[in-house]
Unconditional design. Structure first.
Length: 433
């Protein structure tokens, strides 16, 4: 019985520890969501103070609502955990109640038996009625063990009562926690309702601007198209240069081999033919990329190995537009081949990895810097005051220029990761913030 109680207690404590750990994870996650919400709120307020309603504001308020939904979902998970914990605690309390009933019944029977046989004469008669000395010793040992058994019964009752009391106290504490979480949920729901009203207000104001915003969106799409064309042109030029260099090297090698091979005169025709003394080679495999060569293969491998761990191109910022389709209003969207990161105007823009400046392009008032990392390219658009030159070797973290205000008047950097096949999602390459 003692082993059963110990095993039961160990199981209960283990389950409680798992639940507490999961709740701690939820609380950490909720704290992170709230931090993101504060940052988004700050950016939204800064945007409101600088410009009238625009697509960025709508994007930010949308993000606020999404984060608020995540907070509420997180709280719901927390409530479910608390409910499950309360069910488990109540199950333990019921188990202890049944165990106490059984222990008390058995203890009562043993006490009744002891009361009926309380006379010393009965004990002596039980011992001396033994058929042999060994039998008498066994009867004495039995009486001692029976006395120990009754004492153990009493200890089991007291221990089970303590365990039951602990679980009852835990139940009270869990109920209190649940009430606190429910109160927090009510507050967050009220915030969500306010945010939805703000979202509707911004959307209505955007509708009033109508034509003006359509022109702005068209200008943004046109700008993104120009940047994408510049990236494609840079990759094409790098590929063409690499092919020309490869052809040049192959021609030089062929010329060198021809010079190294001796010639002999053919007796029949009088024509000199080369005598091949080299061992025939296997056909060369197709190269992985024309952009890869002996000088940049290691760089390319290091860049690939850092997928998901690259530093962000700006020290602080928030993603305004993600890779792919982004909704920019009730029935309006825009497709982006990179990401747009909101940051303070004038913030340093840094290289995410070692590389070579492949191209520097001017598009209207902004500058675009394209770095080559083997067969991969990273592009930094909407910057000014570029501090590097074409063909220059740069190191990870080196400042390339400063972030500019975008078409909505918000400081932002447009960032791209590309290869010969096209643009890739930069968020898959950058480390988690």
């Amino acid at each position: 019985m003692v082993k059963f109680i110990s095993a039961t207690l160990a199981l209960i404590l283990f389950c409680t520890a798992l639940t507490a750990q999961t709740r701690e994870e939820l609380e950490r996650q909720r704290a992170q969501y709230k931090k993101e919400l504060e940052q988004t709120e700050k950016m939204l307020n800064e945007n409101k103070s600088k410009t009238k309603e625009n697509f960025v504001q709508w994007k930010l308020i949308n993000e606020k609502v999404n984060i608020q939904d995540k907070i509420i979902n997180n709280i719901n998970k927390d409530i479910n955990l608390l409910d499950n914990s309360m069910i488990g605690i109540q199950r333990d309390i019921n188990r202890y109640n049944r165990l106490l009933d059984t222990l008390k019944q058995e203890y009562a029977k043993s006490m009744v038996y002891a009361y009926k046989n309380r006379s010393n004469y009965d004990f002596l008669n039980f011992i001396f009625s033994a058929g042999s000395f060994n039998d008498a010793i066994k009867r004495i040992a039995y009486l001692k063990s029976y006395r120990s058994y009754r004492e153990m019964q009493g200890e089991n009752i007291l221990r089970t009562q303590d365990l039951r009391k602990q679980r009852i106290e835990e139940m009270a504490g869990t109920k209190q926690k649940k009430n606190m979480v429910l109160s927090e949920k009510d507050k967050e729901l009220a915030k969500l309702e306010t945010q939805k009203q703000e979202k509707d207000k911004i959307l209505n104001n955007l509708k009033k601007q109508g034509k003006e915003l359509s022109v702005q969106l068209a200008a943004k799409k046109k700008q993104y198209t120009k940047v994408t064309n510049a990236i494609n042109a840079a990759i094409k030029k790098a590929s063409d240069d690499a092919r020309k260099l490869a052809i040049k090297k192959a021609a030089e090698e062929e010329k060198r081999n021809a010079a190294e091979n001796p010639t002999v005169k053919n007796n029949n025709s009088g024509v000199k033919t080369p005598v091949i003394t080299r061992t025939p080679k296997e056909p060369a495999k197709a190269p992985e990329s024309v952009l890869l060569n002996a000088e940049n293969r290691v760089l390319n491998a290091n860049f690939t190995n850092n997928r998901g761990a690259l530093p962000w191109p700006v020290d602080k910022g928030y993603i305004l537009l993600h890779f792919g389709k982004n909704q920019m209003g009730e029935k309006t969207d825009i497709v982006v081949s990179g990401i747009s990161v909101a940051t303070d105007v004038g913030s340093p823009v840094k290289a995410v990895f070692d590389g070579v400046v492949s191209s520097i392009v001017y598009i209207e008032e902004m500058q675009v810097v394209i770095l080559q990392h083997g067969k991969y390219f990273s592009t930094y658009s909407n910057i000014s005051g570029v501090t590097v030159q074409r063909g220059q070797q740069v190191k990870m973290g080196q400042v390339l220029g400063k972030a500019m205000a975008n078409l909505e008047g918000v400081g932002a950097l447009d960032f791209y990761i590309s290869d010969e096949k096209g643009n890739q999602d930069p968020e898959r390459w950058l480390r988690n913030r």
